[in-house]
Design a protein around this ligand. Sequence first.
Ligand code: ZN
Length: 403
Amino acid sequence: MKLKIHRGAAQIGGNIVEIATKSTKIILDCGRNLPPLDDPKAADDMEIDGLTRGESAYAAVFVTHYHADHCGLAERVNADIPIYMSEDTKNVLDVIADFINRPLPRVNKILNPGHEERIGDIKVVPLNVYHSAMGAMAFLVEADGQKLLYTGDFNRIDETFYTLIDQVDILLCEGTNIGARNGMTEQDVELDAARIMRETDGPVFVLCSTTNIERVRRIERACNKSGRTMAIDPFMKAVTDKAASQLLLVNPVGFVPNFITEEKTPRIYKYLARDFMTFAGARAVSKMTNLTFMVRQSMGEFLERLNRLSALKGSTLIYSMWRGYENTAYTKKFLDLCRSLGMNIEYLHASGHAYREILETTVSRLNPKTLIPIHTESAETFCEMYDNVVTLCDGEVFDCERL
Ligand SMILES: [Zn+2]
């Protein structure tokens, strides 16, 4: 079995990993490069012969989760190469495609955790991991008598995960936070959010990723603890409908932040029309009390409308994303607006990626013969911690037989 990281060996995001035997080649993740913070719409022109152009050389593409830095190139994969992903991943990508008016993702097979897929002489077993994307999976790959575990992105792993795996030969492990110890946990976010919600007289607004279902669940629990009702827009309603089994969402209030018409945005209108009676405009929600609005950077005008209705008095914005996004123009503009409207701003976030202690536990539990970092800018930290680390460059072939 040969391993080649086409991209992502020494950077965060843009993962494309190849596993090859003499007869079969597959791809794990086909990520788009994370765009620079000052140019969020930057294109990714990466081409791989046999994957995105030329005669197809790969038998399948397996996607770990729905973040674009792991699946963003899927739409450019040759049409005759089947794409595999979990049901949650497909569902969320479908909703996103509807709301940004892009083609629906092509999915040829739904992966079920623990159920192996055989592609030629390669066996792939998908396993659930926790990440800021629901339905995220790690892949256990077996071929030529060797086992490789590709973690994808994760922030923690269930005990049952380890019961499904005995020793692995190669651990291809994400290391986004290998340099960070003891960061805030989702539980901390929940407790602090509940406190802020209790201490705030006016409405609370939470700026977080709509598709980070674990975070939505934590905010929802904080609402319950503080006697607030969560207010969600049609996009969050559509996403959370897909995650219904993981959420409570008891009678949330629906609000429409932007004008939606059947003519201009028919695919979004379909969602709205289905739930029409449950969504209210700014005027109606401005009269309600004890609300916590789930918001995005695009909702500045909605906040201004609430302000004109004198509904922002004593309000707080909880910024619940990676702080780095503050440097993007659209986030900065939104935060500046919040400040100019007199809103108090609090920061609460837990990383979607495992902190160092959890990475250490993962490595010691899986006890790999060889540890290969990916999705990290600090591979050298792994080298300092372990003596079985092999660092690869993008495009370098690692022959697992040499172990
Ligand atoms: Zn991710």
